[in-house]
Design a protein around this ligand. Structure first.
Ligand code: PLP
Length: 443
């Protein structure tokens, strides 16, 4: 299939693989309350309650969660030491924070919010259906021999570029499930090794992420003992991620950050299939409404959300359909086709999408480690392009004009969502740093 994208100020840049900020013409004020959307903000609160219910069980399965009573949380860090190196020292950039999901416990990436949630919710449902527990109070007993003998007869399967496989595999094995992870060709070897050590069966595909997911889905279809975590369709994953919004809102309040029509909040979220950034954005819209401006970030060769949403097409458009390659070092975002469900939800809610070149990812990775001791994987750094696009690009200016924010931009808060990295092995990280250093200090 070859698709011709409609006229747009950044169409040529996107097609040429040059970094660009695309503004979503379908963004509508107050759309979060529109009953034509397929989901409701009340479902975010339900997910928050579910997370609380799972807390005691999570704490039993993962001792590292003792400190938070079973909550899987990350810090919000104001990144003043990095500002100069990023080119953000001037006051028009307002305040700049990182939401440090790179340090999330259990899975070392934002996938801990989605994959762990879906596996544990499935375990709860299965145990209820099989009579292993009879009330929600008993959920904490699902770390037991009795429950384990049930779970060990069931398999949890997933397709992944790496991190979702890690989070689902870790969660499934912690409860005693069998687990099969279908990895795309982009998956890094260390992620495969880590899963294999946990007793997860890893199936490597010589194909891209969408194909790996399709294969996994097919295998699960004719076997009722296999539960398939469907990254392209799952609302459970989406709402697992959405609970991050309330966590961030509480942290912003604690940091005395105002968010209202005079104090806009810009959030920059790395996007693969769209579930993680979509869930977090949806949750934030439910809290802050029009005062939050959600932007997705994608690699220049894998901008699946950008090209699909720009196309205006009913049918999903892939990056291949417009002549891009889906080649990137940012494995968490090496996705050629976005989730149709997320596309529908985000159509009136997303402010825009910008793209970044791989070299910049490594440069920011080096800066984050050197100036802020943050350990990021390449995908996780993409949001650092956000403030520059908003404050200094023609498209950013058009957005501020359209939103009536020209005079208010110095009051803004920018949150760069750093989505993964804690689990990257030293040797691999050293290689990332080497490449980053040569880009940050060219001579
Ligand atoms: C998965 C992932 C993303 C994107 O999440 P999607 O749900 O695929 O959009 C971004 N960064 C990292 C590090 C990831 O692992």
């Amino acid at each position: 299939m070859h698709i011709t994208l409609p006229n747009d100020p950044v169409r040529d840049d996107v097609l040429a693989g040059r970094p660009a900020l695309w503004l979503n013409p379908n963004l509508k004020p107050d759309a979060i309350w529109d009953s034509r959307l397929p989901i409701r903000p009340s479902q975010v609160s339900e997910a928050e309650s579910n997370w609380l219910l799972l807390g005691a069980l999570l704490e039993k399965c993962f001792p590292e969660l003792k400190a938070t009573g079973g909550k899987i949380e990350s810090a919000l860090i104001e990144v003043n030491p990095m500002r100069e190196a990023l080119g953000y020292s001037s006051s028009e950039f307002g305040r700049i924070f990182v939401k440090a999901d790179n340090e999330l416990p259990v899975a070392g990436s934002i996938k801990a919010r989605g994959g762990v949630y879906e596996v544990f919710m499935y375990a709860k449902a299965l145990a209820e259906a099989e009579g292993v527990i009879s009330s929600e109070k008993e959920v904490k007993h699902l770390k037991s021999d009795n429950a384990k003998s049930l779970f060990s007869k069931h398999t949890i399967a997933v397709g992944s570029t790496g991190n979702l496989g890690l989070s689902v595999g870790i969660a499934a094995r912690a409860l005693g499930f069998k687990a099969v992870v279908h990895m795309s060709s982009d998956a890094k070897q260390w992620k495969v090794d880590r899963l294999t050590r946990l007793g997860v069966e890893v199936v490597r595909h010589e194909a891209d992420y969408s194909t790996a997911v399709e294969q996994a889905r097919l295998e699960a279809e004719d076997d009722s003992t296999i539960y398939f975590v469907d990254d392209e369709r799952s609302q459970t994953l989406f709402f697992g991620y959405s609970a991050a919004a309330n966590e961030l809102a509480n942290q912003l309040a604690k940091a005395e950050v105002a968010v209202d029509e005079n104090h806009p909040l810009f959030v920059y979220l790395p996007c693969g299939i769209g579930g993680a950034p979509g869930g977090a954005s949806y949750g934030l819209k439910a809290i802050f409404g029009n005062a939050v401006h959600a932007f997705f970030v994608e690699p220049v060769q894998s901008p699946c959300a950008l090209v699909h949403m720009m196309s205006g097409s009913q049918d999903l458009v892939s990056v291949y359909d417009v002549g891009l390659t889906n080649r990137t070092e940012a494995d968490g975002m090496a996705v050629p086709r976005m989730s149709e469900f997320v596309a529908e939800v985000m159509k009136p809610l997303l402010s825009g999408v910008f793209t970044v070149a791989d070299d910049d990812l490594f440069r920011w990775l080096w800066i984050a480690q050197t100036k802020q001791s943050m350990r990021l994987e390449p995908s996780a750094t993409a949001g650092f392009a956000g403030p520059e696009f908003i404050v200094n690009s023609p498209q950013g200016h058009a957005y501020l004009e359209q939103q009536g924010l020209r005079e208010k931009i110095a009051n803004a808060t920018h949150v760069v969502w750093t989505t993964g990295g804690a689990f990257v092995p030293e040797e691999q990280f050293a290689k990332f740093m080497e490449r980053g250093a040569s880009l940050a200090n060219p001579n």
